[in-house]
Structures are given as structure tokens and as C-alpha cells.
Design a protein around this ligand. Structure first.
Ligand SMILES: [Zn+2]
Length: 472
């Protein structure tokens, strides 16, 4: 049998606003439970919701970046269901006429269509303890957008790629932090198998809070559905939960599953009208997005696709790179590639290890550029450059200072090198003997000894030359 995997996504994204969607309560994360609440977000009788303009702006930005058509008029609805985290008994969302429709997001030359993008409010949060359940309503009314894709994704890898690209765009626009651990980006994929071209029933997976669990859950579900079909059974439409501990999907308790939402038009909110000019203005103001930036980095800086991808993933990193280039005053491809490789290898390693952003990194782009210029001009060796780099991080000094203080400029005096080489050969007669017996790999040991004694100030190829001259 021919199996084809078909995956569609619903993604909930928390908008980065100061206040909630329909009231002035702070939209902050991590406050004491039930402190950021008011009669509006708790749905007391007689209160009126007022739409947060900024949330609308952020949603529009996201919609434009995802190539959606903005609907000039969209409307709000009440989605009813009964669950303890929903004090109103309904959630305000957009239903029949969403804010935006028919978009797409391109990943590695494949277009994933976006069916709709709409505004809605978040529900509260249940905290289960062994003996009882607590409710935190702080999240009630937090502004979200929901992005719904067409079932255009064909495997777990593509899905993860789509989500990473989406997250990167949202961060570029300051629309959302996209932080999955904090629940700022929540993904519910549905997956079905097409067998010999015939569509199967879809199963939806709830509660995925990391890219890893998206990947694991989809791969697991693919195998499970295949097994069901191969055993001659039928796949039922179902909502599943991903069990992170056991690495399996499990059916949701039917109590938690509410398919029969009764949607009613929201009587307290007028239709949302978006003016054409407003959309144009916003479109003009959008920054360069990751896909465009990647193309430009490859074209202008002669980087590989992979290098461009790593540098562009976070806007701050891309900006830092370009600042190094400007400060380096060297517009030759070798300098571009040198800067890229230092960012990807050295800088990225330090900031990942310490879990900071490049904005918090001690070395400014200008200071890093100075170090790279010294390296590029051949005034220090690669080895010295790396040592100096780590001392710049630790001691917050500039490259020139460290090099001057320590006398680390690349040495030109080959007679001095010769003396050190002779000394090392004298000190290691056994090694020299084994080299002469044909064990050429010991050369690396001798080279290392010379480098240590000269503190990396001579280029390795010169040292190698000198050793070979003197060892005979
Ligand atoms: Zn409130």
C-alpha cells in the first residue's frame, strides 16, 4: 500500500501586548495567580469588552508577513463550552469572518497555504495537584492569534521547519516571543494518511509545547495509523494527547473534548473594520523578513545557504553580523566569510553555553571587527585570535590592548623560532628518534610544544617548516 502523510496545523500565538485583548489588565507572564484579572476578563454580568488596538495591529503584521488577504470587515463570535478554566462559559474569537485568509508561508521552496488567521482570547489555566485542582485566571483574555494551515505538510521534519520559520518571522516583527516553553506558541497538528490516494480520517494532537514533541508525536502517530490500517482496522476521527513521559499519543477523555461549540455572534463588539490605507502603511513598514534576508546574505556576502540560515534565524544575530561587516571596512568575500564563521562558531558557542542573546554578549560588533581585522591582516595567528577572543569575553578588554600587553603580535623573527625549535628537539630525543624511524605523526606533538613556547605567535606552517629543516 502507498501511504502519504497529510498534516495540517492550528497554531496559537500569544501577542506581545501590554494589556489583554478586551480589558486593561496586564498581559504579563509569571505573575501571582489571579492577580491580573478584572470583571471584564472574568465575564461578570454587565461588563463590556473593548478591543485592544495594539493586538489588532500585531495580528495584521503577522497576517501580512504570512501573505494573507486582510478582510476589510471581520467579526467576533462567542464560542461556548463549559470547562473550569473558562469563567465566562464562552471564549471570544473570530469565526465566520476572520481577520485574514488565504496566505502562505514558504519553506525550502514549498508553499504551505494558510487558510485563515484570526484573533481570539486565551482561557485560564488549571493546576492539578494530587488532591485538588487550582485555577489561575491570569491568562483569561490574553490576546492570541490562531493560524490555520491547509493540510500541505508531508512529514514531521517539514512541520518543524514550518514552525521554526513561523517563529522566526513572529520574532522579527515583535509580534510574539514565540516561546513554546512559556506557551506563547502552541501547536495542534492533525495528521491523516492517504492510502492509494484516498483520504483517511484525521487525528488531532493537543498540547504540544516544543518542536521536539511535535516531531516525536507526528512520527509516532504516523506509525500508529499505519499499523491500524495494516491490521485491517479503520481510523476514527479523534483528539489525542501527547504523553511526553511515555512518548505515546493517548485519546483525550471525552469530557475534555467539546466538539459542539455553539457559536453566536458577539453582541458587545462591533464588526472590526480595517481601512485599506492602514494595511498599505503597515505593509510599507514591515522589516526585511528572514526569507528575504537569507537570500540577500547569500547574494551579497557570498555565504552558503546553511551559514545564512544560522545567521538570519534571530534578527539580533543578523544585525550583529552586518555591524561587524560595516565596522570591518573590508568588503571582500573572504572577510564576510571570516566574520560569518566567527559568529557561527565562536560567538554562537559562547552565547548558547551561557543562554544569553547576542545583545547581552560582552564583545561589541565593532570590537570583534577589530580582532578579525588583525587576523585578516596576518598580524596575529588564528590560535592567538582565539585566545584573545576568550580574554575579551572574560576581561572585557579590546583586542589591541590584550595583544599589546602580552606581546602577541605575530612574530616575524625566524631566527628566534629556530632557537625554540632546536630547544624542543633537544628536549625530546625519544620523539625525534621515533620520527626518524618513520612515525611521522609525532610531528604534531613537536609542533604543539613549539606553539606553546612561542604562545601561538608563529603560524603553524612556518613552525612545521622549521622543524623539518632541523630534524634531519
Ligand atoms: Zn481584565
Amino acid at each position: 500500500m502507498e501511504y502519504e502523510v497529510v498534516i495540517g496545523l492550528e497554531v496559537h500565538i500569544q501577542l506581545q501586548t501590554k494589556t489583554k485583548l478586551f480589558c486593561s489588565c496586564p498581559a504579563e507572564f509569571g505573575e501571582k495567580p489571579n492577580t491580573n484579572i478584572c470583571p471584564v476578563c472574568l465575564g461578570f454580568p454587565g461588563v463590556l469588552p473593548v478591543l485592544n488596538d495594539n493586538a489588532v495591529k500585531l495580528a495584521l503584521k503577522a497576517a501580512l508577513a504570512l501573505n494573507c488577504q486582510i478582510q476589510n470587515v471581520s467579526t467576533f463570535a462567542r464560542k461556548h463550552y463549559f470547562y473550569p478554566d473558562l469563567p465566562k462559559g464562552y471564549q471570544i474569537t473570530q469565526y465566520e469572518r476572520p481577520l485574514a485568509v488565504n496566505g502562505f508561508l514558504e519553506i525550502k521552496n514549498k508553499k504551505i497555504r494558510i487558510r485563515r488567521l484570526h484573533l481570539e482570547e486565551d482561557a485560564g489555566k488549571l493546576i492539578h495537584t494530587p488532591n485538588f485542582t487550582l485555577i489561575d485566571f491570569n491568562r483569561c483574555g490574553i490576546p492570541l492569534i490562531e493560524v490555520v494551515t491547509e493540510p500541505d505538510l508531508s512529514n514531521a521534519e517539514e512541520t518543524v521547519e514550518f514552525l521554526s520559520e513561523l517563529r522566526s518571522i513572529l520574532r522579527y516583527l515583535n509580534v510574539s516571543s514565540g516561546d513554546m516553553e512559556k506557551g506563547h506558541l502552541r501547536c495542534e497538528p492533525n495528521i491523516s494518511l492517504k492510502v492509494n490516494g484516498v483520504w483517511g480520517k484525521r487525528r488531532e494532537i493537543k498540547n504540544l509545547n516544543s518542536l521536539k514533541s511535535v516531531r516525536d508525536a507526528l512520527n509516532y502517530e504516523f506509525i500508529t495509523q499505519k499499523k491500524i490500517l495494516e491490521a485491517g482496522r479503520k481510523i476514527e476521527q479523534e483528539t489525542l494527547l501527547w504523553d511526553e513521559m511515555e512518548k505515546v499519543t493517548k485519546p483525550m477523555r471525552s469530557k475534555e473534548e467539546a466538539e459542539d461549540y455553539r457559536y453566536f455572534p458577539e453582541p458587545d463588539l462591533p464588526p472590526l473594520v480595517i481601512k485599506e490605507e492602514e494595511v498599505w502603511e503597515m505593509k510599507k513598514g514591515l522589516p526585511e523578513l528572514p526569507a528575504e534576508k537569507r537570500k540577500r546574505f547569500v547574494a551579497n556576502y557570498h555565504l552558503s545557504e546553511k551559514e545564512a540560515e544560522i545567521l538570519v534565524r534571530e534578527r539580533e544575530m543578523a544585525d550583529y553580523f552586518e555591524e561587524v561587516i560595516v565596522a570591518g571596512k573590508d568588503s571582500s568575500p573572504p572577510f564576510f566569510r571570516l566574520a560569518a564563521s566567527w559568529l557561527i562558531n565562536e560567538v554562537a558557542r559562547v552565547i548558547n553555553e551561557r543562554n544569553i542573546t547576542v545583545n547581552q554578549f560582552e564583545i561589541s560588533p565593532q570590537d570583534l571587527a577589530q580582532l578579525l581585522i588583525l587576523l585578516r591582516e596576518g598580524r596575529i595567528t588564528q590560535r592567538v585570535a582565539k585566545d584573545v577572543f576568550f580574554r575579551m569575553v572574560r576581561e572585557r578588554k579590546k583586542a589591541q590592548e590584550i595583544i599589546k600587553e602580552e606581546g602577541l603580535e605575530k612574530a616575524e623573527d625566524l631566527s628566534q623560532l629556530e632557537l625554540v625549535v632546536k630547544e624542543v628537539l633537544r628536549e625530546n630525543p625519544d620523539v625525534v628518534a621515533s620520527y626518524k624511524r618513520g612515525k611521522e605523526t609525532v610531528l604534531m606533538f613537536l609542533l604543539g610544544q613549539v606553539m606553546k613556547k612561542t604562545r601561538g605567535r608563529f603560524p603553524p606552517e612556518k613552525i612545521r617548516e622549521k622543524i623539518l629543516e632541523n630534524i634531519r
